[in-house]
Design a protein around this ligand. Structure first.
Ligand SMILES: [Zn+2]
Length: 275
């Protein structure tokens, strides 16, 4: 037997006296530091948007001395904007742009209701409306969303929907009564004629915005009926917006709207952090 053969129980030894373990540990530490700064544990921020550039370089074979850790690149944004799609399977425009949203660096989960998307149905296969049960993680589709959000805690959450009841225009339902984010998005997207008097059940809105008051939110909590937006609002204490677009708009127009609202929301959210 060749006595020079490496003992498989020992880490492979690099020439120059450095073990794979020490070089490996350093690389793992560097990669971990970069990962922490990405948008999402899973889909990562696009390099073009300031995310980390993947390195394929092999480790140097003969390091003269251990490299000093590089300062990780400061990400363009430090807060995580999470987008969810396809809670209602017959409202597909958010789901249809989710790959584009990932490429734009958003942290995206969807479709939340894959069966509904496949069959163009609002409800789950058992007939329940998923968006009334986000408190109940015995429902696998709910648990999947909970798990994703716990792994990627949002600083802002946008849940993309459509309104099939032919509203007069698009609108936003915002949980986070004091935040002016919805107003700022609407003021910035002047190309849309926002619904003048949108309504979400008994909760009435105005000029494109429905903003449940603290009382309505408290009632929702008491009744234990949670939309995804309400669940994320209560669990992570962040502003959440349910983005609604008229379901009778042409598909391209609906998709463009979803993309524009997400990008504008992030622009405004990011600009706040620089102040
Ligand atoms: Zn919906």
């Amino acid at each position: 037997m060749n006595s020079d053969k490496a003992n498989p129980s020992e880490p492979p030894r690099l020439r120059g006296g450095y073990t794979f373990n020490s070089a490996g540990t350093f690389l793992i530490a560097l990669i971990t530091a970069l990962c922490v700064l990405t948008a999402c544990n899973g889909p990562t921020r696009h390099p073009a948007e300031g995310g980390p550039v993947p390195e394929n370089k092999p480790a140097p074979e003969k390091p003269k001395e251990p490299e000093k850790p590089k300062e990780p690149e400061k990400p363009k944004w430090t807060k995580r904007v999470v987008i969810t799609t396809g809670v209602h399977g017959n409202e597909p425009s958010g789901y249809l742009v989710q790959e584009q949203l990932k490429e734009l660096g958003f942290c995206v989960f969807g479709p939340c209701n894959p069966w509904g998307i496949k069959h163009n149905k609002r409800e789950l296969e058992d007939g329940r409306d998923l968006n009334r049960f986000f408190q109940d993680d015995t429902i696998p589709q709910v648990k999947a969303v909970h798990d994703f959000l716990k792994a990627n805690p949002p600083d802002l959450l946008l849940d993309l929907h459509e309104d099939p009841t032919k509203p007069t225009g698009p609108y936003l339902i915002q949980n986070g009564p004091k935040d002016k984010l919805a107003e700022e998005i609407i003021a910035a997207l002047t190309e849309y004629e926002w619904a003048k008097e949108p309504a979400w059940g008994p909760v009435k809105g105005k000029d494109g915005i429905i903003k449940p008051t603290a009382t309505v939110l408290a009632w929702q909590k008491y009744a234990n009926v949670f939309s995804l937006g309400a669940y994320a609002y209560f669990t992570f204490n962040v502003t959440t917006i349910t983005v609604e677009v008229p379901g009778d708009w042409p598909e391209d127009k609906r998709k463009q709207y979803q993309l524009k609202v997400c990008q504008k929301a992030r622009d405004i959210f990011e600009a706040r952090q620089k102040k």
